[in-house]
Design a binder for this molecule. Structure first.
Ligand code: ZN
Length: 554
């Protein structure tokens, strides 16, 4: 609209008492609305303390991570690589948006919408991914499997093979090292180059062995080396998670996390680890249920992500992971937990803070901060290792996990959360953690409840959170303000309530009391009206982040 016509309209509007001059707001397209659920977040780390060799190695590793992108695209669906190339060539506004959303999902299927396709003409997401022939059924695979001798059977159901058809049309097993040779060879070269540049022995060892694995298809030694990795640059690269194989959960998808170790948080973990036996001895349960001698704890690494590749880039961003999955390695070496601090921080700022602005009391909102948020996550992880695990039930030795059956995860997650608060309070009282953390940790925990429950109470974390929320409401440790529709913590009541709930959950676990756990979950792990109303107020707040990595030159 030009200015003259606009002036006339304004004059007319003044006369008529309304102005229609401002251009009408462009309607948001359904695709834009989908993209907006992911808040753009800059994810990076401080490379200034790295040695010059490590800095050069980092560049090679970031390149290797991008090879994992191509590998993963190919694993998702046979048409995926060509589709992305097609979208990248489309320079229209709509084409750019489609590419943007494709890159968020690394496929034409929207992970937040039950994998519905968002591009016209795309078939439903194949449950067999591109690991098996598109026309293969589960029955055909199982029948074929029965005809195989033992080593071939293990290969066919292994993590690192695809299933293809030979010239005669029958099924055959192909190792990743052959199936993906065109990409694994250059990836191996990059890992070897990085290995030659770094001055850290454990990193050099892992990278060298992983490069070998890409070509030999034997990942065992490199998985063991990953467990022993202790380096300023922390790397996880290769085929790992099996979720995408919806037929059998056999086949592993390629991914990469290129990260930098957080020295500050690592020091905090060391400090906490020294207190653990003292904490166990003070748990609010009968002394006979306490473990007088805690064994070695599973290692935890706190890192900042600087680049990812493959499955790690797709959909909802991982904030922490436990690897490896190969039981041969975990039985001998255990597993390692890696926590991605800067990813947690981005989620905190872009999701938790806006949630708190709508549902937490306006005074207590100011107490919400990242440090207590992350410290509680660390405490949560450490508390998984404390409390009852090996128990005696009807005179027989068993475990809490076995006794609690399908209720085990929700109860264990609730335990780790609530006893995480218990332990932090204990450490505040003992002068290990600064008292300035006290009120912020409770207020931040309150806001975090809504973030977890928002994903639903059918999953273990959300269910465990609903349990804690309703328990604390019943104890009047969390209060609801009818007028403002917000929640706040009663700082006097919350301490005894946290101790009481920690004791109740751990006692159920110590007794292997399945019925008691079921009663508790039935009564408390529910969505009450006040929570429902609060969640309704959270519409429009991003669900996750879409990271950009400044260290990655794309
Ligand atoms: Zn947990």
């Amino acid at each position: 609209m030009n200015n003259r016509i606009c002036m006339i309209i304004i004059l007319a509007a003044v006369v008529l008492g309304a102005c229609s001059c401002t251009p009408p707001r462009k309607e948001e397209s359904p695709l834009e609305a989908k993209i907006k659920r992911f808040a753009p977040a800059v994810i990076t780390g401080d490379t200034s303390k790295l040695s010059s060799g490590d800095r050069q190695a980092l560049r090679k590793l970031i390149e290797a991570a991008s090879v994992m992108d191509t590998l993963y695209l190919r694993q998702v669906w046979s048409g995926n690589e060509a589709l992305r190339a097609h979208l990248a060539a489309d320079t229209t506004a709509e084409g750019r948006q489609l590419l943007r959303y494709f890159d968020i999902n690394m496929s034409p299927w929207s992970s937040l919408d039950h994998n519905a396709p968002f591009i016209d003409g795309i078939p439903p997401k194949p449950p067999q991914a591109n690991y098996y022939p598109a026309d293969m059924t589960k029955i055909e695979f199982s029948n074929w499997l029965e005809t195989l001798p033992e080593p071939a059977m293990t290969q066919a159901t292994g993590f690192f093979t695809t299933i293809r058809r030979n010239a005669a049309g029958s099924l055959t097993t192909v190792p990743y090292s052959i199936e993906y040779r065109d990409l694994l060879e250059p990836a191996a070269v990059l890992l070897r180059e990085a290995a030659a540049l770094t001055d850290n022995t454990s990193l050099r060892r892992y990278l060298t062995l992983r490069a070998d694995a890409f070509l030999s298809n034997d990942y065992y030694e490199s998985d063991v080396a990953w467990m022993d990795l202790d380096s300023p640059i922390d790397v996880t690269i290769g085929p790992y998670e099996v979720y995408m194989d919806e037929l059998f959960n056999y086949k592993a998808a390629f991914e990469a996390y290129i990260t930098l170790r957080s020295n500050e948080e690592t020091a905090k973990l060391v400090k906490f680890s020294r207190e653990l036996q003292g904490v166990e001895n003070s748990l609010p349960i009968e002394p006979r249920y306490r473990n007088p001698r805690l064994g070695g704890m599973a290692p935890i690494r706190v890192v900042d992500e600087v680049a990812t590749g493959g499955e790690a880039r797709a959909g909802v961003q991982t904030a922490a992971f436990n690897l490896p999955n190969d039981e041969k390695v975990t039985q001998e070496k255990g597993s390692k937990r890696v926590m991605l601090r800067n990813v947690q921080k981005a989620k905190f700022q872009d999701i938790l803070v806006p949630i708190a602005d709508r549902v937490v009391d306006h005074v207590q909102r100011r107490l919400i901060a990242f440090d207590p948020f992350f410290t509680h996550i660390l405490a949560h992880e450490l508390m998984h290792g404390l409390g009852p695990h090996a128990i005696t039930l009807n005179g027989k030795a068993t475990t809490v996990r076995q006794a609690m059956k399908e209720l085990g995860s929700a109860i264990e997650e609730a335990k780790a959360d609530i006893s995480g608060l218990f332990v932090l309070q204990l450490l505040v009282d003992r002068g290990v953690v600064d008292r300035s953390m006290e009120q912020p940790m409770y207020a931040t925990f309150l806001a975090g409840i809504f973030r977890s429950v928002r994903f639903g109470i059918n999953e273990a974390h959300g269910r465990g959170m609903a349990l804690q929320f309703n328990y604390l409401m019943d104890e009047r440790a969390i209060l609801f303000d009818e007028k403002g529709g917000t929640f706040r913590v009663d700082f006097d009541r919350i301490k005894p309530a946290v101790t009481k709930l920690t004791g109740e959950i751990m006692t159920l676990q110590a007794r292997g009391d399945y019925e008691g756990a079921r009663n508790m979950l039935e009564k408390l792990a529910v969505m009450r009206p006040q929570m429902r109303t609060a969640l309704d107020k959270l519409a429009g707040i991003p669900v996750d982040i879409a990271p950009s990595f400044p260290l990655v030159a794309r």
